[in-house]
Design a protein around this ligand. Sequence first.
Ligand code: 48F
Length: 511
Amino acid sequence: MEYIHPDANLSRDVKVSPGCVIGCDVKIGSGTTIGTGVIINSGVEIGKNNEIHPYAVIGDTPQDKSYSGEGGKAIIGNNNIIREFTTIHIAVGKDTETVIGDNNYIMAYSHIAHNCIVGNNVLMVNGATLGGYVEVEDYAYISAFVPVHPWVRIGAYTLIGGGLRITKDLIHYALAADSPLRVISPNFIGLRRNGFSNERIEDIKKAYRILFRSNLNTKQALERLEEEFNENKDIERIITFINKSKRGIVKGGCMIDDIIISRAILKRGFEELLKATDSKVVIVGAGPSGLSASYYLAKDGINVTVFERALKVGGGMPGGGIGLPIIVIQEEGLEVIKGLGISYKPFEEKGYYTADSLESTSKLLAGAIDAGVRIINLITVEDVMVRDSKICGVVINRTPIVMASLHVDPISIRAKFVIDATGHDTEVVKSLIKRKSIKLNTPSGGIEGEGPMWAEVGEKSILSNTREVFPNLYVTGMAANAVYGAPRMGPIFGGMLLSGRKAAQLIKERL
Ligand code: 48F
């Protein structure tokens, strides 16, 4: 049997199921149904057409130590659905209220603490829990088992992902997820469902970008919003909401957006290529000699671009000898190795040192990049530019285009000096001498061709072969020996590094 206090004021058509207890001075409006075992305590006013499901407890005393029986209220509007075992408490403080508006759907096991203010059309999924004094604006969607910290304010049309703790104010229209909670984007689906036009959504998106994606702090971002949005009610709501915030707002954090990733790649990638179009020195090939030359030039503040055909840089260095990741350095090369912080070990025979080929490649590369070298990979230099019988740039194309032999035109890059560091293939020099009129600064006027393996001679001759082979075109590394007809030398790398350094010195003398 139910118990209804004689002083309770229920409209005539209110349906009360068995096992309910309804206290003194409770008011319940027409059309409301009350399920089995519901308890509604003194101080509660409920409007029309609400559905209150079994075992909900409405109007119990606040779970707040400061409450001393002063008798606050809980006021509930119309058309709410309040599901099983929901608890809603009266307010702390005389003449104060816990308020729930209209058309809210409060699912089973939810809790609305003392002094909360819940607007209209709010959805609280099972187990959502509002601490004391929480304010929830219209159309907010609070997913299952979200604990909301006392005093937090949740703006209208927001969505908070399931099980996530919210301890700061959440601005209007936000979709919040992740732990710790962050604003992912505007709640696009919620906004569209609730009839927001594309223009309104676009403006909200722009405002979010200013708030969460610019480098402005909140104060600066609010100023920018005020400047940029004139009489825009949606944005004004956000501004007012943030200005009133005492707890601070849930921040945007770093949002991962696929299109922003694309834009970042395109913008920076093209910026670098654009800068490369006017380089002081272009080095073709990011093998050891090319990287070494680039390092010594950039260290002196010279604008250097290295174009590398391959995906990976380092040329023949990372492969060491027969794929064992070890290279040999002779005494003379140690100075460069030490300068780059590469570790080395003396071998049993005097004057030979070994180093890890991967460490050597990485440190050489890092040294060059730190010095300011611009290295662009997957670019093949397929020709040179010549004016007044002098080299004045290179012609480049994307390696995949070249590999696929596609008929796609290349573009030109200006440079005061070019270094051919393409190794055995001497590709830059080869592209130059395709023209019959061209004569190189070699005994035959052409490429002399690389000699068979002979490290002793190869390492000695490489420095004298590192020179200007045609006006403004230098050769370094294995390309130098191949052009001037000296031997190859296998996995000994001191000569390559010193050759790069010499090429840099020769050019610096002319700048
Ligand atoms: O071959 P590679 O390492 O040349 P290196 O600096 O060093 C030679 C040693 O590795 C080794 C040796 C040791 O005694 O003899 O062979 O003289 O690096 C040359 C780089 O140039 C790139 C190529 O992918 C490699 O990474 N390259 C070649 N042709 C082009 C190019 C081109 N046309 N455009 C851009 N990069």
